[in-house]
Ligand binder design. Structure first.
Ligand SMILES: Cc1cc2nc3c(=O)[nH]c(=O)nc-3n(C[C@H](O)[C@H](O)[C@H](O)COP(=O)(O)OP(=O)(O)OC[C@H]3O[C@@H](n4cnc5c(N)ncnc54)[C@H](O)[C@@H]3O)c2cc1C
Length: 294
């Protein structure tokens, strides 16, 4: 593997990292686990003069959960940590499922959820569930901190709302409301260790009588960014979640997708699979919401 020449930087603090980004704007790339980045360097698709690794900065790998604030997932938290963290398994099982569906055990032991998000692939495994959980991205730069809702984070394939001097420091995931459930569904060409041909996450919050109070649906790999199926979510609001409603919602979601044909699947197949996976996701989310204590 021949890599382009670059200077390797390993700051000890966020302040130093922000200064380095400000000093080398346009010529520096941030490295988390490097599982995406090193491949792109090896392909000479990127030729940064500087590579800045975040691994020495204290605190970035931390994962914390409280019932009131929810989950804070540090930028260097590994995919494997998200799979195995007991609080995530208990309170955000679909984040653990999505992390576990990402790549291989080797990649999950090196790669981060934040890297998966910042890589901004439309088919990324971890984005749809984070999106329906209403997550946001905390950032820092020489100009200070800000929080970007994930729903505003993706601008196109590989493009995010991060500015050139900004580091994403944490993913913030609010607590789920009572009587709600989330599901993550994925289909790929091979059943395991493959990028999604289509992926779907759904969140449902139900009233005591089972009527849908709130719905969020996110479709992956069927548009230039992960897509929020807002019309389908609006259709579900106020309706009882019986099988006909779920069936109709699946068809509506397929209508909201705008897939292309590529090596993984044809656009026709992708549309069909959006309907199937949306129905599966809504059924599971409904089942989990019904089982949730209010
Ligand atoms: C063999 C293989 C299989 C894969 N399979 C899958 C799969 O099934 N599903 C899937 O979704 N992905 C898959 N991937 C993609 C990849 O492994 C994941 O996206 C991984 O989560 C990336 O994390 P990382 O920490 O290695 O990111 P890096 O490679 O370090 O970074 C990725 C991008 O994010 C930026 N970045 C990282 N952290 C920050 C930060 N804190 N602030 C600002 N920018 C940042 C980097 O500059 C870079 O542009 C696969 C990759 C490989 C090589």
């Amino acid at each position: 593997m021949s890599l382009p020449k670059f200077t390797y930087l390993a700051p000890d603090s966020l302040e130093e990292a922000c200064q380095l980004l400000a000093n080398h704007q346009g010529t520096i790339k941030i490295k988390a686990g490097g599982t995406d980045l090193m491949v792109r360097l090896a392909q000479h698709a990127l030729k940064p003069a500087y590579l800045m690794a975040l691994g020495k900065i204290p605190g970035l790998a931390e994962v914390s959960y409280t019932p009131t604030a929810g989950l804070k997932l540090g930028a260097m938290a590994l995919l494997a940590e998200v799979v195995n963290n007991p609080a995530i398994q208990e309170h955000y099982p679909m984040l653990a499922r999505a992390a576990n569906a990402t790549a291989t055990v080797q990649i999950r032991n090196m790669g981060t959820v934040m890297g998966n998000v910042c890589n901004a692939s439309p088919s990324a495994d971890n984005i749809p569930s984070l999106m329906v959980h209403g997550a946001s991205i905390k950032t820092i730069s020489a100009n200070g901190e800000r929080e970007i809702p994930l729903s505003e984070f993706f601008l196109g394939p590989g493009r995010t709302a991060l500015e050139s001097g900004e580091i994403a420091t944490a993913i913030l995931v609010p607590p789920l409301p009572a009587s709600s459930g989330v599901s993550y569904q994925k289909i790929s060409r091979r059943s395991k260790v493959d990028i999604a041909a289509v992926n779907v996450a759904a969140m449902l919050q139900l009233d005591a009588d089972g009527t849908c109070q709130q719905a969020r649906i996110c479709l992956g790999a069927v548009g230039p960014t992960p897509l929020q199926a807002t019309k389908t979510a609006a259709f579900l609001q106020g309706k009882a979640l019986h099988s006909e409603t779920i069936e109709e919602a699946g068809e509506l979601a397929a209508g909201e997708a705008s897939p292309i044909s590529d090596v993984r699947a044809s656009k026709e197949y992708r549309k069909l699979m959006v309907a199937v996976l949306t129905k599966r996701a809504l059924s599971e989310a409904c089942h989990l919401a019904t089982g949730t204590k209010s």
